[in-house]
Design a protein around this ligand. Sequence first.
Ligand code: FDA
Length: 373
Amino acid sequence: MEHYDYLVVGSGLFGATFAYEAAKRGKKVKVIEKRDHIAGNIYTKEVDGIQVHQYGAHIFHTSNKDIWDYVNQFAEFNRYTNSPVANYHGEIYNMPFNMNTFNKMWGVVTPAEAEKKIESQRMEMNGKKPQNLEEQAISLIGRDIYEKLVKGYTEKQWGQAATDLPAFIIRRLPVRLTYDNNYFNDIYQGIPIGGYTQIVEKMLSSELISVETNTDFFEKKDEYVATYPKIVFTGMIDQFFEYKLGELQYRSLKFETEELDIDNYQGNAVVNYTDAQTPYTRVIEHKHFEFGKGDKNKTIITREYPQEWHRGDEPYYPVNNSENDKLYKEYRKLADEVPNVIFGGRLGQYRYYDMHQVIHAALTVVSQEFSEK
Ligand code: FDA
């Protein structure tokens, strides 16, 4: 067998960043990926000239100039600004909660009026310590916004009544007393023109990197561990250890994608459905990520349904509550006993990382691995 310095398990942003940096330092890297394509959850695919975000809306945002410059090596970004809207039984509200939202909800016009209204709504709690998510949300933002924009969405997201969910899930609800619909506060934001997959393709394009898709690490775990001097594992850390301490919890998603014979379905890339009756949480209309680029007679939409996770499902979100974080720490101790395996990324580190954070985490591992600090 050919000699490789590293086996990277998973071709998502963490694995690809590591592979790219290792190859830059002259290392030979084998990347295996269980899906039939590279790029993990940032994978985009062109259909009708439209870049379809196969695993949910992905908007790159960061305030870290080094990370922004880094990712811009691999693609040119457009000026897309995330401004989702909420649809509550046909009433449309701007997100995050801002002056447009408050004006539509209550008719208030100035920030002082909005503040006064929010304050009066919060009075309902009468100083009582919130015992569950519902009470927490009301204590932060009041009942009107809670009922129309938080309750249904959150209950669908978690598959539980808000009164059964712990208060700590919502530590804060961002309230903006300006007419600014930009969802993120970061300095840099955008979508790569031509999609995300090109970023990972370029990262993995070195002659020193060989990529094998449709290859699950667990089919030959023992052989891989015995053969490769070092492994970068970006799959689930609990699965790596055969769940021997128990399962970590994840949330899964089902994506339902449809091609429609019209140019424009909803007028925005992201619409959140915040009522309890609509079974999905969001509808993404992909062409709006690139300002309507693509076939003028077609559009592609994706409905996103939150799901409970069971073994074998795609684990999209780690559930970082105190119990799971405690269990993760136990798995981390086991990980320390296998120093030739680096656990990285959203599943390997059991952390809800955004893309800029995952690149940062991978670059941190790279500098540790190559003793550059
Ligand atoms: P990722 O999951 O992408 O890659 C891991 C890879 O390992 C996968 O390809 C998987 O198939 C593979 N793998 C796992 N087990 C394996 C095994 N046993 N053998 C072989 N291969 C295996 N971020 C952001 O900045 N802005 C945004 O708008 C969004 N939006 C968003 C929406 C949704 C619905 C989700 C789920 C996530 C986001 N994100 C996001 C987060 C973003 O997707 C995330 O930061 C990166 O994809 C994480 O990259 P990783 O490499 O860690 O994991």
